[in-house]
Ligand binder design. Structure first.
Ligand code: MN
Ligand code: MN
Length: 468
């Protein structure tokens, strides 16, 4: 005896014709979910080791090196299956696995960025006021400034000394390290500040980092706390105050990546935009063996400030590299580029239950619903976007479905609610087919961003499907 009710004509038709988005956890097997959780253990380690673009590049070199990637030799003719990387000034990296097909048939490119919003030190950062030592900062990327106060911060970067020697700096990450912070006004005296708009609650020039308060004991000196800090820095790094002019020092949240939620289904961490796509793109190229088409992952810098600069994708380092590679096969670089396809791997805004009025639910990406494909980003009538063609969307759609990847689509917010951009438009400018793909994020650009582990893993599966 069967108690299964027969389906009505409407139910059958609905099954056949209607979309039914589903949470990835309702589709994936226990085994797959365990694999996703395991993948995100590596992801969290990557987040902790790579809080800046330089550290992410170094970590990519290390992980790729362990997987048999060698440093690129210009002019060398690479055979199918060979693996190599090009390190662009220590801040961006192109990893390649040569395919069986000639380059003239195009490459498969995954592009993610490894810079994240943060506070940079100004060139003359150190000063003393009210017996306290502070650093002046200039924020990098789009931030809600008030979010960056009263958060424990670490200092990462390099200082190039007068003699040219480069010194690496990383303070605030080890448990024994001191940390720093931007102070905020106590609520008791914030009457006037609380009248400011949220945008001006904390201004750019109020993002001053507290770094010391104990004076150097000498009555002949006026700025004793500042001098004491310089003494410590000189002992530790051999630098003087003037060396800050040739430094790149980045202030980032000092905490580590953590599991989030009772069910540990999410990752909470700094810098997930865009390392949550950079890590799957890196692991995807590392996992790639003997591909048909040449596979390439570029982890780029400067996306958060518009991709300007010679380590950002608005520069020519990527087409120059492809050009050199093409030459070894006697083909023009632009021939290779024009036949190539790119997944521009960047995050999208996940629908936030507390702020759902800025998204249009039918077209917003949802946390836990898989990797998100974004046909267009932009703002105000799609301006500033590369709107992927129906053919390109159709191409990746078939590819993802064949590989069993769980994917969704998402716009970046409601029409006219705001918007944003990615590197996709710079890739499109080269004459390459490109579509945005990535992981939905909550609290994007905040010191602590949230992602779903299953989405991150589906992003990795998407890159695998694309490369294989
Ligand atoms: Mn991004
Ligand atoms: Mn961003």
């Amino acid at each position: 005896m069967s108690n299964e009710k027969e389906k009505t004509a409407g139910e059958l038709l609905e099954e056949q014709l209607c979309e039914k988005p589903k949470n990835a956890a309702l589709i994936m097997s226990d085994e797959e979910i365990a694999k996703a959780d395991e993948f995100c253990e590596g992801y969290k380690s990557f987040l902790n080791a790579a809080k800046t673009e330089r550290e992410a590049t170094a970590e990519a070199v290390r992980l790729a090196g362990e997987a048999g990637f060698e440093e690129y030799v210009p002019g060398k003719k690479y055979a199918p299956g060979e693996r190599f990387y090009f390190n662009n000034r220590g801040k961006s990296i192109i990893l390649t696995v040569m395919g069986k097909k000639p380059l003239a048939e195009g490459i498969r490119l995954a592009a993610a960025h490894i810079d994240s919003p943060r506070l940079d030190l100004k060139q003359h950062p150190l000063y003393e006021d009210k017996d306290m030592a502070l650093f002046k900062t200039h924020y990098y990327g789009g931030i809600k400034k008030y979010q960056w106060t009263t958060v424990p911060m670490a200092l990462h970067g390099v200082i190039v000394k007068a003699d040219g020697e480069s010194v690496k700096v990383c303070i605030g990450e080890d448990d024994g390290d001191p940390v720093f912070c931007v102070t905020d006004l106590l609520i008791h005296l914030a009457g006037e500040q609380m009248q400011r708009t949220l945008a001006k609650g904390i201004t750019g020039e109020e993002l001053n980092l507290l770094v010391g308060s104990r004076p150097f004991r000498d009555d002949k000196v006026s700025k004793k706390v500042k001098l004491n800090i310089l003494r410590i820095l000189n002992e530790k790094y051999g630098i003087t105050e003037h060396d800050f002019v040739s430094a790149e020092l980045e202030i980032v949240p000092a905490f580590k990546a953590r599991d989030l939620g009772f069910d540990r289904s999410m990752v909470g961490a700094y810098g997930q935009d865009d390392r949550v796509c950079a890590y799957p793109s890196l692991m995807g190229i590392i996992a790639c063996k003997d591909p048909e088409y040449t596979a390439m992952t570029v982890l780029t810098d400067k996306e958060e400030i518009g991709s300007e600069g010679n380590t950002g994708l608005n520069s020519s380092y990527l087409p120059y590299f492809i050009d050199d590679l093409a030459e070894t096969q006697g083909v023009k670089g632009h021939t290779v580029i024009s036949h190539s396809v790119c997944l521009s791997a960047d995050v999208n805004a996940a629908e936030d239950p507390t702020f759902s009025d800025v998204t249009e639910s039918r077209n917003a990406s949802k946390l836990g619903y898989g990797v998100v494909f974004t046909k267009y980003t932009g703002a105000r009538g799609k301006s500033g976007t590369s709107d992927a063609s129906a053919e390109t969307v159709g191409f990746v759609r078939r590819m993802m479905d064949e590989a069993g990847v769980i994917w969704q689509t998402g716009e970046l917010g409601k029409v006219d609610a705001g918007g944003g951009g990615t590197v996709a438009c710079y890739i499109a400018d080269l004459d390459m087919d490109v579509i945005d793909m990535g992981v939905p994020v909550l609290s994007m650009h905040a010191p602590f961003e949230v992602t779903s582990k299953l989405d991150t893993y589906q992003c990795y599966l998407a890159v695998n499907a694309f490369f294989s």
